[in-house]
Every structure is written in C-alpha cells, then in structure tokens.
Design a protein around this ligand. Structure first.
Ligand code: CU
Length: 109
C-alpha cells in the first residue's frame, strides 16, 4: 500500500517538475526572440505523415519561409509542430495550409 502511494506521489511530482521546466524555458524563449517585449504567440499543431528527420525538416523549412513566423520546432517522433508567430501577420489556419502544401496533414492540437 505504502509503496503504491509513494509511486503515485513520485509521478505527480515529476509531472509538476516537468511543467515548471516547460514554463521556465518558454519564458526564456519569449524574451530571447523579441527585444521589444512581445515574443509572439506560440501555436502547437498536430502533424501526421512524418516518418523521419527529412520529413520534419521539410515541414520546418516550409514554415520558416512564411512571413510572420519567428521560430519553428518540428518533431516527427511526436508528430507536432510548435510555431512562434506574429499574430498580425499569420494565423493557425495559414500554418495548416503551409504544412498541407508541403505534403503532410495538419490540425489544431
Ligand atoms: Cu521522412
């Protein structure tokens, strides 16, 4: 019984720690990407059809070429694209279109 509870607590603490790390790095990136205090909106998309690093680079390059895109992280392992955008220049729908044009399926996550 004790052991079971302990495991549960350990798992919850790990999750909380993970969240804290994510929050911290997010803030760091926002400050680093924009000296004027507005780092842009972070958008996460589900991308399907990517099977290797070449696929994710293709998506990454396509997104990086868009006006209003500040930063792109694409992973074929998790099937996600995390994009920092300037909302005045581009939106989620545009990003999805760009990913589709590069040959993959994308949707809001
Ligand atoms: Cu591939």
């Amino acid at each position: 019984m004790f052991n079971k509870n302990f495991k549960k607590i350990a798992l919850v603490s790990a999750l909380v720690a993970g969240m804290f790390i994510c929050g911290a790095s997010l803030t760091g990136k926002v400050f680093a990407s924009d000296g004027e205090g507005h780092g842009g909106e972070k958008v996460e998309l589900k991308v399907s059809g990517m099977s290797c690093g070449a696929c994710s680079s293709k998506v990454k390059t396509a997104l990086e070429h868009c006006d209003g895109v500040n930063k792109v992280e694409v992973s074929h392992k998790t099937g996600t694209a995390v994009v920092e955008i300037d909302e005045n220049k581009i939106n989620k729908e545009e990003l999805i279109k760009v990913i589709k044009k590069s040959g993959f399926k994308a949707e809001e996550s």
